[in-house]
Ligand binder design. Structure first.
Ligand SMILES: Cc1ncc(COP(=O)(O)O)c(C=O)c1O
Length: 393
């Protein structure tokens, strides 16, 4: 595509892609190869020395991956992107590219469970200390910054309670203290939230979720400045978390419909949240698009839409919630999120299983909580399924 900045949907459909120069194939080919042939050693030298563009070995890069990376950079509005094998690979590669033993990270407390484990258990083993601040009060970070601090890391909206981190405030703290700001933008997606435009340095995603969008790919992406992506690639190559070309192809295919899928996710989730908010068997609904959400004003300031995740607390606690979730006929009982089909899970039996009551309370997790990834099915069918399941308790 030309350099002109196209609209969001055009970048999803066409970003990073041109018809194949050899065959004219309109769909990006899957270069399912681990290695690449050279005409002679002169060519090897030119590619290795960076004098000529080319590929040597898929762990370093592959034409299908490159297309996915260019498309993702165009969609998120970054200079460059690095595709990796999972969302967790995106988190770990980013952190290990920015921080070394003896240095520190400040992170918001409410994070995806895998990220929390990395920060609480694995990074300390490598000599990297992580301090935590309340997600809803990122300003606390100012008190923790010292000469060893390198990164401020946050996720917004949070999982599963859908509270928000004030992005502008996190960026201010990062800039004033010379830190790199990193956001996990998985829940919001680039359709609803534009962190790079707000001054965030690095955006990461579990591309497994909305970006791929069909529950059939595991992938992650890091988006930011060209120089940072090159640095992260050097780490990724030696950590070995490269993506398979077929997964990269599925991601390219999924991304083409990101705009239309997100429009429907947003619309369905708001309808579902409104239905649940008025239901007599529900204690509380967590959705940033509801006027009743305690941070709704902030949501309107930093998000252009409110996403497809809705969490609700069923009256009657765990037993009642199990009765509801087990009676779903359309909504699937599964972890993960962001795909075209509606999925539901209970945080106390999945992401937070075995956590002591005081920790659950601190994280705002209730025994009757159900997290719903609202799909793009007909909204009335999702609501009907919720209604019939709730009427059983
Ligand atoms: C917000 C968030 N970040 C990161 C991850 C990790 O992604 P992956 O499962 O692709 O490694 C997840 C997974 O659920 C997530 O929800």
């Amino acid at each position: 595509m030309s350099q002109r900045r196209y609209g969001f949907s055009t970048r999803c459909v066409r970003g990073g892609e041109t018809p194949d120069p050899v065959t004219g194939s309109v769909a990006t080919p899957i270069h399912q190869t681990s290695t690449f042939h050279f005409e002679n050693m002169d060519e090897v030298r030119s590619v290795e020395e960076g004098l000529k563009e080319g590929y040597t070995y898929t762990r370093w890069g592959n034409p299908t991956q490159t297309v996915a990376e260019r498309k993702l950079a165009a969609i998120e509005g970054g200079e460059d992107a690095l595709l990796v094998s999972s969302g967790m690979a995106a988190v770990s590669t980013t952190i290990l590219s920015l921080v070394q033993a003896g240095e520190e990270v400040i992170a918001t407390r409410t994070l995806y469970g895998g990220t929390l484990h990395l920060f609480q258990s694995l990074l300390p083993r490598m000599g990297i200390k992580v301090h935590f601040v309340d997600s809803e009060n990122v300003t606390q970070a100012e008190k923790l910054v010292n000469e060893k601090t390198k990164v401020i890391y946050f996720e917004t909206p949070t999982n599963p309670t859908l509270s928000l981190v004030d992005i502008a405030e996190a960026v201010r703290i990062a800039k004033e203290n010379n830190l790199t700001s990193v956001i996990d933008n998985t829940f919001a997606t680039p359709y609803n939230q534009h962190p790079l435009e707000m001054g965030v340095d690095v955006v990461i995603h579990s591309a497994t979720k909305y970006l791929a969008g069909h529950d059939d790919v595991t992938a992650g992406v890091i988006i930011g400045k060209r120089l940072f992506c090159a640095l992260a690639r050097a780490v990724m190559v030696h950590m070995g978390s490269c993506i398979d070309p077929f997964a990269a192809y599925l991601l390219i295919r999924g991304l083409k419909t990101l705009d239309v899928r997100m429009e429907r996710h947003n619309k369905n989730a708001l309808e579902v949240a409104r239905f649940l908010e008025n239901h007599k068997k529900i204690n509380r609904v967590y959705y940033p698009g509801l006027e009743s959400h305690p941070q709704h004003k902030l949501a309107k300031r930093q998000m252009s839409g409110f996403g497809g995740m809705v969490t609700f607390d069923v009256k009657g606690g765990m037993e009642a919630a199990i009765n509801v979730i087990d009676r779903f006929q359309l909504i699937l009982r599964a972890v993960s999120l962001g795909g075209v089909q509606s999925l539901a899970c209970m945080p106390v039996l999945t992401s937070h299983i075995g956590h002591p009551p005081e920790e659950l309370a601190k994280a705002g997790i209730t025994m009757g909580m159900i997290r719903l990834s609202v799909g793009i099915e007909s909204a009335e069918d999702i609501i009907q399924d919720l209604d019939q399941a709730l009427s059983s308790i």
